[in-house]
Design a protein around this ligand. Sequence first.
Ligand code: ARG
Length: 403
Amino acid sequence: MTKIEKIVLSYSGGLDTSIILKWLQEVYGCEVVTFTADLGQGEELEPARAKAEMSGVKDIRIVDLREEFVSDFVFPMLRANVLYEGQYLLGSSIARPLIAKRLVGIAGEVGADAIAHGATGKGNDQIRFELAINALDPSLKVIAPWRQWNIRSRTQLLEYAEKHHIPVPSDKRGEAPFSIDANLLHTSTEGKILENPAEVAPDHVYQRTVDPLDAPDAPEIITIGFEAGDPVSVNGKSMTPAALLSELNGLGGRHGVGRLDLVENRFIGMKSRGIYETPGGTILLAAHRGIESITLDRAAAHLKDEIMPRYAELIYNGFWFAPEREMLQALIDQSQAFVSGEVTVRLYKGSASVISRTSPWSLYSADLVTFEESAIAFDHHDAEGFIRLNGLRLRSWAARNGR
Ligand code: ARG
């Protein structure tokens, strides 16, 4: 085994990473620095500090990354109207590059030569962490205990905890819990009964949205302001990126907006089924398309739609810090200069529908499109020629086919 001097561990304070911490200290016999990120997962982070202290960690980093997460990762991604496989808003995928960036930063500060993470060998997250680390500091070694140790089952994991006096909370003693990943953008739930895609997800897996069937009978109308492609206000009130997203999470959650039950294709090769709740992100996706509908040129909008699946796949597969993702981002960002204005959205029993939009930069011309007499010069004979020329090849083709 290669000698490691110092490790930075991505540490949540949960049972799995507590065991990983102990295992690292034992196997590598070196100092472990813990890093815990607040991404708006809605969990108290101080217990993580206490647990790390108890395990003898001297350098404990707990960092509030909520604003950076939303402004530098979530919003740039939403400018693309991103969806993986047509449905998934990439709530876990987009958090990984930020966590990796901070892990690399801390490794530099403390002079660590390795980074450890608790992602398992079957998932996407290990790929995302490690590709990001490769891109940001290729000299760092990666330790992925789930791929290295010989703990192969939950029972063995609990036995290891028992043996090393790691407290196991009573709700973690029985069968394996759901695998949950939460942040300001979404909650993702996988595992257990959800592993059978034929089974309907039980209601208790949902954590931040009500069942649309139980949502209020009265719709709620909200207005979102956009500035150069990014949301900046809700109902006329300016907000920071993280505050805005959490406001929309509350509003959407109450109306059952943003639930998704999905079977997706993991990069590593298998299909997996998960439940996602992305209330604020779902509202923003609809609203952003609403403001783009009046402010973007047709060809610019269609080009964005063509590259979007490619861009989404790059993020899903862990290539946030790759040159091709940055190139696509430059293209997307350039398109957003005039994407400013206000969109009104109606939240009602699971839906977020755009019902009106305005912009000082609108390309929409009522005068041009009207069925009434119009002041703008539009020669109807031009339309005739336009169709005649576009139909030229179709007429040739049909004549040949009919021969
Ligand atoms: N399958 C999702 C993705 O790859 C979520 C992964 C993390 N979620 C979890 N419940 N462990 O983006």
